[in-house]
Write a protein that binds this ligand. Structure first.
Ligand code: PLP
Length: 318
């Protein structure tokens, strides 16, 4: 297949079976790390930029600003460089240095905000930085992945549609949350086309999205220190909270047992699935979305010294 632009190369039909993950059930991992920019976020970035172009908010000559813990930033840089928009990405110290270098290599201006917000995270401060920048420069366009319906629409029209197209009405779909764009898009699609699918949303302990108390977190890409505007709770939505030490243990288990290096949010998603395994009926088909691979986390999640320093009380090895 020949593509015209790097960001068109989206692989939406690759699933890896994890035999034995839940006895008696079929567990399939949707591999979003195969996408350009290395994550699920390429779909979000294309939708944010092309949505803004379509509705006239983003025109040639303007510049883009966005907050990102890494993956959306890299994806946005790919899309913006190919389309000729200068881009500023506002990150924080939890952002992987390799991601910061990738954004810079793609031509972005990368800002690292170092003050924690009132909930112990950095998101509040990143958003304040953007709001100040917008007041200084009215030509700057904030695509706002936390509130922009194009984010959820990308996952309704691509991620969820492909899961359903390839696998039909799966019994359980497990999704991690940060902006909640993936979750809200999957919810919208499956409520319409496969209402019997049980949707399980997985967050990380210390994130406030589901109303849990805030606490410092160290794994980027999952959770938020501020509830995203996109998130609308629903009575039929299952919610699971995973402590970070369990995420680390799960990432290491998947590497050793299945030969796959997964990213932190994928480890959180699978650890969440593990916590509810007893409620998954025999014969069920389960899909868990893996937003990225583990290469960017070798110096954190997969590093023994880092893990021991950050989670001294908890066993992080399987
Ligand atoms: C690695 C990773 N996993 C999961 C997510 C969460 O996805 P969403 O923002 O759609 O909730 C993100 C978002 O930044 C991510 O980068």
């Amino acid at each position: 297949m020949i593509y015209d632009r790097a960001f068109d190369v989206v692989i939406d039909d690759a699933f890896l079976r994890l035999p034995g993950f839940i006895a008696g059930a079929e567990v399939l991992l949707k591999l979003e790390g195969l996408n350009p920019a290395g994550s699920i976020k390429i779909k979000t970035a294309v939708a944010l930029v092309e949505g803004a172009e379509l509705n006239g908010r983003l025109r040639p000559g303007q510049s883009v600003i966005e907050s990102s813990s890494g993956n959306l930033g890299i994806a946005l840089c790919q899309v913006c460089s190919a389309k000729g928009y200068p881009v500023t990405v506002v990150t924080d110290p939890n952002t992987n240095p390799a991601c910061v270098r990738a954004m810079a290599a793609l031509g972005a201006n990368v800002i690292v905000v170092t003050d924690r917000d009132a909930n112990g995270g950095f998101l509040g401060r990143r958003v304040e930085y953007i709001q100040r920048a917008l007041r200084r420069d009215p030509q700057l366009v904030w695509l706002n992945q936390y509130a922009n319906p194009a984010n959820a629409a990308a996952h309704r029209d691509r991620t969820a549609r492909y899961i359903h197209r390839e696998l039909g009405s799966v019994d359980v779909l497990v999704v991690g949350v940060s902006t909640t764009g993936t979750l809200m898009g999957c919810l919208a699609y499956f409520r319409e086309h496969s209402p019997s699918t049980r949707i399980v949303a997985v967050d990380t302990a210390g994130s406030v999205i589901f109303g849990q108390p805030p606490a410092p977190r160290h794994i980027p890409g999952i959770g938020a220190s501020r509830r995203p505007e996109l998130f609308v709770d629903a009575p039929d939505l299952d919610k699971v909270i995973v402590p970070e030490a369990r995420t680390i243990a799960m990432c290491r288990r998947i590497a050793r047992e299945y030969g796959l290096l997964i990213g932190g949010s994928s480890g959180t998603v699978l650890a969440g699935l593990d916590l509810i395994a007893a409620t998954v009926p025999a014969g069920a088909r389960v899909v868990a979305i893996s937003p990225d691979f583990g290469d960017r986390y070798l110096h954190t999640i997969y590093d023994d010294e880092w893990a021991a320093a950050h989670y001294p009380q908890a066993p992080t090895a399987p």
